[in-house]
Write a protein that binds this ligand. Sequence first.
Ligand SMILES: *[C@@H]1O[C@H](CO)[C@@H](O)[C@H](O)[C@H]1NC(C)=O
Length: 336
Amino acid sequence: MISDGSSQPSNKVSRKPTYSRFTQQDLPAWKPVLTPALVIATLICLAIIFIPIGLLSLSASENVVEVVDRYDDACIPSTNQKVGFIKDPATNKTCIRSLTIPKKMRKPIYVYYQLDNFYQNHRRYVKSRNDRQLWNPKAESSTSKCDPEEKTGDGKPIVPCGLVAWSLFNDTYMLSKNDAALPINKKDIAWSSDRTHKFSPNVYPKNFQNGTLIGGGKLDESIPMSQQEDLMVWMRTAALPTFRKLYGKIETDLEANERITVTIQNNYNTYSFDGKKKLVVSTTTWIGGKNDFIGRMYLAVGGTSLVFAIIFSLLYAFKPRPLGNPSYLSWNKTTT
Ligand SMILES: *[C@@H]1O[C@H](CO)[C@@H](O)[C@H](O)[C@H]1NC(C)=O
């Protein structure tokens, strides 16, 4: 039987909640009143914070010098036999391109390759790798999650196994300036954590790219994984279908209007899925590479705040109304 104190006065146990400010919903609370002055001040503060940050980011992005050269379409002789050309190991894939430096570029200058329409984020692609095998020399044969690149035809484990490693980008670039080679430093292009904690100095590539279908670059079997930096860069899979990956660094300054000759080995097959290949040479600033988006976004937010601050100030100055006037409530309005 459920009883409450009021109907049965003899019941000694009170069911009333003990009094506390919490149960009585009597805790202190902040109940701001959005007066016009407060709203306008907040908007002006937002504008003061956001607009300078936006301008700074835009100017930093403006200072980045970037040269982008799309070469996949230019580095192929006939337009209707692209896939046949790129798949034929006998064809000459060397391709000479020339870049003009628009503005002085200060070292270090970064060289990237950019692929378009390459979905490194596909679920089955991303999962097709085995990180244990990359780090543990005793785990050579743990090729479990690597389908469909686990073992060679005669059952030997592939190191590194999996589709990600198998599809390693294999175009190469050589730069020169006035017929003198312009060296590209390919050391330290991968994350240092990859070099020290993910790719082991005691694991060596084995049986890699030995099948009938070659997916991409080969690896030197005498170099341990911890020094295969192109592979590390490639295996940090990109989140979007258009991505850039670091190829190397140029450690000298380049002057405005200098002409750079690029000798490309156009090996990688992006033709069968209409992918584009671009070579990017770029400097960086504190904001990173060229990217106007952040600056524009900050300016948009700051600018909107400023515009609304001005509109509200004008309304407040020329058409004020008393705060909390009940005659504006819909049910108090006299309808015509
Ligand atoms: C480069 O990768 C392609 C696949 O995209 C492959 O067909 C070709 O044999 C590879 N070439 C070299 C030199 O590794």
